[in-house]
Design a protein around this ligand. Sequence first.
Ligand code: NAD
Length: 343
Amino acid sequence: MINLLITGGAGFIGSNFLRYWILNNPESNVLVLDKLTYAGNISNIKDCSSHPKFKFIKGDICDSKLISILLRRYQITHIANFAAESHVDRSINFPDQFMKTNILGTYSLLDEFKKYWSENRKPKNFKFLQISTDEVFGSLEIDNEPFTEESPYSPRSPYSASKASGDHLVKAWFETYGLPVVLTNCSNNYGPYHYPEKLIPLSIINILEGKNIPIYGNGKNIRDWLYVEDHCRALELILKSKKVGKNFCIGGSNEVSNIELITLICNSIDELVTKLPVKPSKKLITFVPDRLGHDFRYSINASKIKKELNWQTTVPLKQGIKNTINWYLNNESWWRPLLSDIY
Ligand code: NAD
């Protein structure tokens, strides 16, 4: 029986994962711990609140005392740590909270879990899953091979440096104490409930609102896009597998430049929506000064998880973008109140 603690479960990926987990594992007890920062939204998980085995606690992963109480009260066997400050642009302007949550918060969770696991005579079936990013590997040139589990860490932004630091702690708690941990490095996710400061939801909403679509630099930076539901399935497989002390790279095999991606979004919205403030919506594309230290390319070789856990993506980029646009079209009441934060 898995008693799962999902941290950051009211954020983008965490809320999608919660929904996916409850649907596929209705017998499992699930506790969400979330600080409800600007990126966390309780309405992201309101459809899960009637599930009899689900509980929500508002709190901070840096609060060791709270974590210690929750682990014991809910007899947690597995932790999936999604809680983080996740936006690169914010990390450039305000790095402080990134260091606190992504480093010290990861440390508090790990160490409290280690104490509790030790008290329980170190069961083999406990697991700490750290959700990390491919950005810890740095930036690739066009002809470089994709990242693998063996790629060296070379973070370049305050965000990726804070995530890399958290990851090193996770690896150290495995090597030093034998804590059963698994770490994942995934590529850029997209899908429903994505906070509209990020490229895909911001572009969709700006098109619907007739506002410019800002693209950094020349738009040639490349990302590998992963549909969030495919990511959730990978994480479920990892949580349930017996593998510990490993890391897995999870990617969508959908490498496109930002300008190709935005063109795809524009064309898809033009097809789906008859009346738009500006049509064709490509007219809204506006190049803006580049992000400081902007990584050129991320790319993931996901063959290890494909081979060892029989995982594969099921949603091609074109379909995933259509699903995502349709979700934003049908959920205006979710995103409209957030507009005052992003404009
Ligand atoms: P998000 O910003 O949408 O959500 C983060 C959640 O964590 C929010 O609900 C927020 O309230 C909560 N949180 C923040 N600080 C907290 C704290 N101190 N204590 C408790 N809760 C706190 O992020 P996301 O996009 O869902 O990303 C989830 C995880 O996946 C992060 O660890 C991120 O680094 C990683 N990741 C994301 C992507 C992506 O494309 N979104 C890609 C690779 C890795």
